[in-house]
Write a protein that binds this ligand. Structure first.
Ligand SMILES: [Zn+2]
Length: 790
């Protein structure tokens, strides 16, 4: 038999979505990225789709899609986020699966348990939902049914495998230590095995109590460990030699978290690409494959019994997700995890009560509540529209009111399942973001239960949370965490209206009297209809629900301006006084723009906090006043970001347009002049002046020398330089993507940026050049300048 190699990456992130907005909010610790999903996408997921293969002089000779050559699974919740935030990488994952399917007869992609629940700890209902929804998500994403499924934490028992087999899945992948005994399928003695003695070069069959079967692969434990934790990715050649030495006839499989490549180990994707390239060329007789292709060619001849339950990251079965077993991460050696058992108990109790409510209330909405719940996965995956789902599962002539209840019941189940994602128990403290998120999803599920008529669920779980001991004295127990960290995140009609008003205001999109505008997030949208600058109505509608909650609002806008202006808000010759709200919030307009008036401190100090003004709403639930300062920090941050983004855009457009008319004057000089006249004033426009220079400002001789001297002397701080180059990149990308790019202008820009020592990062432009093979045509010179071998 030939030597086969399969390198598997498990790609997953703990759920970070806010369960009302259904969006990932800013996470300051991920800076300079806006949040950890973005950060890890930039460091790992995207580079793996576009790994640079360099020649001996360090120039790009290939941009490699590693997903085409490895086995991989990506969590549905992660892919849902990524489809919005980085569709290019998702597209390349799907293309990679298609290419591997064409090459090997079986695709590289595997499905994954929907919310990353520890299935041996899940109820039978939840097991079936987590698997069925995952199959639907995979089918929608990859355009084919999955053959294999990755189990969260490789947590397994017979009941779990029964559900996989019943859903048509043919295999999963486990750690070698999870095998207990093996025997020939043809008959023979059972032999006890451990990680050291198990022959991992072949798949094994598991015979299930129902009579169904499923195949299991075991990965190479020590080698996978070395990739993940022992710097094996520091050098591609060393990595290759270890693989080649370990390979023998049959299959050599590795499995690690996919984030190992690039996030945990910087440039790990390049070492991986090196290894894949060697294998692709048949070095040392190794052939690349995936699990499904290997299984098809090599059906099991042995069967295995497993340690049940067991998982890859706990030495005590699946205790890590329900008790203080000693397995932990988080960096606090003395801390205990006695909170795990009550947290498990509280969330399980919540889900049981939510299930009870679903089936009781759902009985009058759905033809078959169980079938409807399973079928909801098709709506989440986009395989069925809400209309199709309703006509298949709703009772005939269901009143609109009950239809609204039905959708809420389904959303309740969605968040109930999300609350049980394994991440809440993985680390060392209950006040960490993962358990707090799990509890927040439970809060959202309970809110939907309460809105559809259930009562008393919170009262049942709070006493249990009270017994969950925190390691931190400021919290003490889980009930305090619920009160201090979880409950304040709950949205209301007033808080949603306030965020909508401020978001529209920050983006200069506030509707004028009689007009409407919508602020929307993936989970909810708010349509604001103004009757005046300070009053109107807000209609709140939830994604995948029907109907809208309408409230009347009144508020005091943060300052002058902020209306939708129908474009041209930032025309250079008409200084937009106060446009953007935050730009001149509080300005009394006592000085004409541009006049060097000094005024009084009182004029300058009249800052207004846009988050301080109360928003009052009146609706069916009565009148409520809400001060946006009371929002959780991430939501305040999202609003602050909206204000700052718009303000910087307005200022940039105004200043760069003005610079186009004055840049030529910058170097008018006399005699032996060595410093720019008005240098301090020009310095305030450094970015715009540099922008103009990069894109072709035409000055020569001594004028050019003086300009360059000045741009060097006053070269901006790191943030200004990075910010400038982000704008330069965006224009370069647009230019290179246009039907007839100005290649000369692009090349001149790179040379000038290099002269000024500006931070170069041509990642996105390189990707475009590679995709369109522009380095082989007229874009050759530019491509060479930004790193291609041509
Ligand atoms: Zn353990």
């Amino acid at each position: 038999m030939d030597k086969h190699l399969c390198i598997h990456g498990h790609f997953y992130q703990p759920p970070r979505e806010d369960p009302w907005l259904n969006t990932v909010l800013p996470e300051g610790s991920a800076a300079p990225s806006p949040d950890w999903n973005h950060r890890i996408t930039r460091e790992s997921y995207a580079p793996l789709a576009r790994a640079r293969r360099l020649d001996s002089s360090g120039r790009i000779r290939e941009v490699m899609n590693c997903y085409e050559w490895i086995s991989f699974n990506a969590g549905p919740t992660l892919l849902n986020w990524m489809a919005q935030a980085d569709p290019d990488t998702v597209r390349l994952m799907v293309e990679a699966d298609r290419a591997s399917l064409a090459r090997l007869g079986h695709g590289n992609a595997m499905a994954q348990v929907y919310h990353h629940q520890i299935l041996p700890l899940a109820s039978q209902l939840d097991k079936e939902l987590e698997v069925a929804w995952a199959v639907d998500d995979f089918t929608a994403r990859f355009g084919r049914a999955p053959e294999g499924m990755w189990l969260a934490e490789t947590a397994v028992d017979a009941a779990t495998l029964e559900v996989l087999a019943a859903c048509g899945l043919r295999f999963t992948v486990l750690a070698p230590g999870q095998a207990k005994a093996v025997s020939p399928l043809a008959g023979g003695d059972w032999v006890g095995v451990n990680q050291g003695s198990l022959d991992i070069r072949q798949p094994y069959l598991v015979k299930l109590p129902s009579g169904r079967t499923i195949s299991v692969f075991f990965y190479d434990g020590p080698l996978s460990q070395a990739v993940a934790f022992e710097r094996l990715l520091a050098d591609g050649e060393t990595f290759w030699r270890r693989l080649s030495q370990a390979a023998s006839p049959g299959l050599l499989a590795l499995a690690t978290d996919g984030e190992t490549y690039g996030h945990h180990f910087t440039f790990g994707e390049m070492a991986l690409a090196f290894v894949l390239d060697e294998a692709r060329h048949g070095r040392d007789g190794l052939a690349l494959t995936n699990f499904a292709a290997f299984l098809a060619a090599n059906p099991p001849t042995m069967q295995v019994t497993l340690s049940e339950p067991s998982a890859w990251s706990c030495a005590h079965g699946v205790e890590r997700w329900r008790s203080d077993c000693g397995c932990t991460d988080g960096g606090h050696p003395g801390w205990r995890q006695r909170w795990r058992a009550p947290l498990r108990q509280a969330l399980t109790r919540m889900k049981d009560l939510v299930d009870l409510h679903y089936f009781q209330r759902g009985a009058s909405c759905f033809l078959d509540p169980r079938a409807a719940l399973t079928g909801y996965g098709k709506v989440l995956a986009g395989l069925a529209s809400q209309e199709q789902f309703a006509s298949e599962h709703f009772r005939r002539k269901l009143p609109a009111e009950d239809q609204a209840v039905a959708w809420k019941l389904l959303a309740m189940q969605q968040w109930g399942l999300a609350s049980l994602a394994s991440c809440a128990w993985f680390f060392d403290e209950i006040s960490r973001i993962e358990p707090v998120n799990g509890l927040t999803y439970a809060l959202r599920a309970m809110e939907l239960a309460s809105r559809t008529g259930a009562q008393g669920i919170e009262a049942e779980i709070l006493p249990i949370l009270k017994t969950a001991e925190s390691n931190l004295a400021e919290y003490g127990d889980g009930e305090a965490i619920w009160r201090l960290l979880v409950k304040p995140r709950q949205e209301s009609e007033a808080s949603l209206t306030a965020q909508a008003l401020l978001t529209l205001w920050a983006g200069d999109r506030m509707p004028g009297p009689g007009l409407s505008a919508r602020a929307s997030w993936p989970g909810v949208s708010v349509t604001v209809t103004a009757s005046s600058d300070t009053e109107g109505t807000a209609a709140i509608s939830w994604a995948l629900e029907t109907g809208a909650d309408v409230v009347e609002y009144s508020w005091t806008p943060p300052g002058p301006g902020g209306h939708a202006t129908g474009g041209g808000a930032s025309g250079p010759e008409v200084a937009p006084t106060g446009t953007g709200g935050a730009v001149q919030a509080g300005s009394s307009g006592s000085h004409a723009p541009g006049t060097p008036g000094v005024g009084r401190i009182a004029d300058v100090a009249r800052h207004r906090d846009p988050l301080a003004a109360p928003v009052i709403v009146r609706g069916p639930g009565g009148e409520h006043s809400f001060i946006p300062r009371g929002l959780p920090v991430n939501k305040r941050q999202a609003l602050a970001d909206a204000f700052a983004t718009r303000a910087s855009q307005v200022l940039w457009e105004m200043a760069s347009a003005r610079m186009a008319t004055v840049a030529h004057l910058v170097t008018e000089l006399q005699e032996a002049q060595s410093t720019l006249t008005l240098a301090p004033q020009w310095a305030g426009m450094w970015a715009e002046l540099t922008w103009t220079y990069l894109w072709g400002l035409d000055v020569t001789g001594k004028r050019r020398d003086l300009l360059l001297t000045f741009l060097h002397q006053c070269s901006g701080c790191g943030y200004e330089r990075t910010g400038l180059m982000e704008r330069v990149n965006a224009l370069a990308l647009a230019e290179a993507a246009s039907p007839s790019p100005d290649w000369e202008g692009l090349a001149r820009m790179v040379r000038r940026a290099r002269t000024l020592g500006l931070p170069e990062d041509w990642w996105a432009v390189q990707n475009l050049i590679w995709d369109k093979s522009l380095h082989k045509g007229d874009g050759r010179v530019f491509a060479e300048l930004i790193g291609f071998a041509v």
